[in-house]
Each structure stands twice: as C-alpha cells, then as structure tokens.
Design a protein around this ligand. Structure first.
Ligand SMILES: NC(=O)c1ccc[n+]([C@@H]2O[C@H](COP(=O)([O-])OP(=O)(O)OC[C@H]3O[C@@H](n4cnc5c(N)ncnc54)[C@H](OP(=O)(O)O)[C@@H]3O)[C@@H](O)[C@H]2O)c1
Length: 293
C-alpha cells in the first residue's frame, strides 16, 4: 500500500511538491493555514483538510514545508500541533529551512511520542519544485531516510543523507551561504557595469559564455535584466537563512567575513520593503545604494 501523506504548507514550494506527490500516486491530504491557497490544488484533484488534525490523523508520513523556525515549532510542537494528532510510528519530515537546533528539538520531542523524524530541507527553487528536480538534504536515522526514498524520488533528482538529526539543516545552510554570497557577487558586478554605462543585457549574455556561466545565472537572468523581481525565493526567507547561518557560525567561532557583509545588504533590502520580492532584488538594493536606481 502506498504511504498516506499529510502535507502541511501549500506555499510557493509546498504546493508544487504536494502536487508531485499526488501525481506520483501517493494519497495526499494538504492543509494550509490560509485556505484560499488550497483551491488550485483541489481543482487538480488533491484532497485537502480544513484543519491540522484532518491532515495528520491516520497518515503514515507527515511533511511540513513552512516559512521558518517559529512556524515549524508552532505547527509541530504547539498545543494542538502535529504531534498531538500523530500515531506512534508516523514519520514526520520537515522540509522547511530551519535552524539545526530546531531540527534537533523536533526530533527529540517527536521521539517522546514514538514519532520518527527527518530534517530534509531542499535545494532548488519554485521551478525545481514544479519539475520534481529538487535536491533533498537529510538528517535523522539512516533507516528512516532509506524508507522514504520513494517519497523523495517523487520530489527530487537527488537525495543526500548527511547524518543524525540536524545534519540536513546544517547542509542546507552551507548551500544557502554560497547562494546568498553568489547573488551579491553577481549584483555587484552588474552595479559596476551599470556605473561604466555598459549594457546590462550584453554583460549577462557575455557572462554565460565565460567560466562563470551557471544554471543559477540563467535562472535569475530575466529578473536581473528586467529589474523586476517577482518571488521564486522570497528575499525575506534568504534574510532569515543568513540569520541562521551567522548565528551558527558565531557559536562555532567560524569567521565568515563575506557572509557578514552580504547579510547587511539583505537587511537593508528588507528594511526598504523588498522582503516579498525575489532574493535577486539585492541587485535593486545595491543599485539604489549606488544612486543608480
Ligand atoms: N522558495 C524557494 O525557492 C525555496 C527554496 C528552498 C527552500 N525554501 C524554504 O522552504 C520553506 C518554504 O518556502 P516557500 O517559498 O514555500 O515559502 P512561502 O511561499 O512563504 O510559504 C510559507 C508557508 O508557511 C505557512 N506558514 C507560515 N507561518 C505559519 C504558521 N505560523 N502556521 C501555519 N502555517 C504557516 C504559510 O501559510 P499561509 O499561506 O497561511 O501564510 C505557507 O504555507 C522556507 O523555509 C524557505 O526558506 C524555499
């Protein structure tokens, strides 16, 4: 029998992920705090729940894909949270990007209820979620990870097991450090080009013929070119991740000078109301700081 899945959080990432699980043949029930976001999924045939209990009861696997640590703690550990509705033996997979400390806390509290957990955040944005080309970065018990291979195969082109609870969350922060710094590097190069009066589109095209060519640059090229930033990965979420990265680095005495500097740009962008835009809006922020926008 296919695993019955309760999916919580039908946001930018969660909605296409739930849809891919459904298309792969899993019986999926989706819950989202804001009910209106469930309508497109219902129209595609997915089952939805009116409340958390309806998405969790009698399921084999619960997946959460939520904004941040506070949301995951509230939804999983809260008074009427996921753990109060789960049967022992259920597998809870949190795929949100959260602190390794939160992942460990969730793992410990779940264990007390006989619930198995994986922290399994993903690399890849909305397009990768839609095309089931995500990369899963998992921590938890290895045998639980192995048992979930069919679930991950419906979402991702690759899944990696990094070790015990919190290891997936740690790996995700490693990836996002590079993503945030890369985004700022590309943006600063374009600011310099702009200050020289060079054509932005031509610079972007040329870069794709150099050793710096990358799928990431291809993905962000149109936004950078147009100077409009509808969110695939909201800047507020990358700002949140930079907070997690610098906090973790501080406690480990890891010195990350570029990351600390990049964090200031994301904070300024957030303060200038760019949080709901794509993370590529750091380019707009740097143009603004240079008096070019
Ligand atoms: N977008 C990307 O490219 C990307 C890529 C990799 C990883 N991530 C990570 O994946 C996670 C989800 O990202 P996303 O882009 O899908 O975010 P999103 O579009 O902002 O969706 C966030 C989801 O969390 C729910 N939520 C927030 N606070 C809640 C609360 N207190 N109680 C219940 N539900 C709550 C929202 O419900 P409502 O609809 O009711 O607000 C929504 O379903 C984040 O941790 C993000 O950092 C994102």
């Amino acid at each position: 029998m296919r695993k019955r899945i309760g999916f919580i959080g039908a946001g930018t990432m969660g909605a296409p992920m739930a849809e891919n699980l459904y298309r792969a043949g899993f019986p999926v029930t989706v819950y989202n705090r804001t009910r209106a976001k469930l309508t497109p999924l219902m129209e595609k045939g997915l089952a939805t729940a009116d409340d958390l209990a309806g998405a969790v009861a009698d399921k084999d696997v619960i997946i959460t894909m939520l904004s941040d640590d506070a949301a995951v703690k509230e939804v999983v550990l809260g008074d009427e949270g996921v753990l109060t509705h789960c049967r022992p033996g259920t597998v809870l997979i949190d795929m949100s990007t959260v602190s390794p400390d939160t992942a460990i806390e969730i793992s410990q509290r779940s264990k007390e209820n006989g619930v198995h957990t994986l922290d399994a955040p993903v690399s890849g944005s909305q397009n990768a979620a839609q095309s089931a080309q995500l990369v899963v970065l998992a921590g938890g018990d290895q045998h639980v990870f192995s048992e979930m291979s069919d679930v991950f195969a419906a979402l991702a082109k690759a899944s990696y097991y990094f070790g015990g609870p919190g290891s997936g969350a740690k790996a995700k922060l490693v990836v996002n450090l590079l993503l945030a710094v890369t985004m700022q590097g590309i943006s600063e190069a374009l600011v310099l080009a702009e200050s020289f009066g060079l054509k932005r589109e031509q610079i972007l095209e040329m870069m794709q013929q150099t050793v710096l060519a990358s799928p990431f640059l291809t993905f962000k090229r149109e936004l950078l070119s147009r100077g409009e930033f509808p969110a695939a990965f909201a800047l507020k979420h990358m700002h949140k991740d930079l907070g997690l990265i610098t906090e973790q680095a501080r406690t480990r005495q890891a010195i990350l000078p570029a990351t600390t500097s990049v964090q200031q740009t994301y904070t300024a962008a957030l303060n200038h109301g760019r949080g709901e835009q794509d993370m590529a809006a750091v380019f707009a922020e740097l143009l603004h700081q240079a008096g070019l926008y």
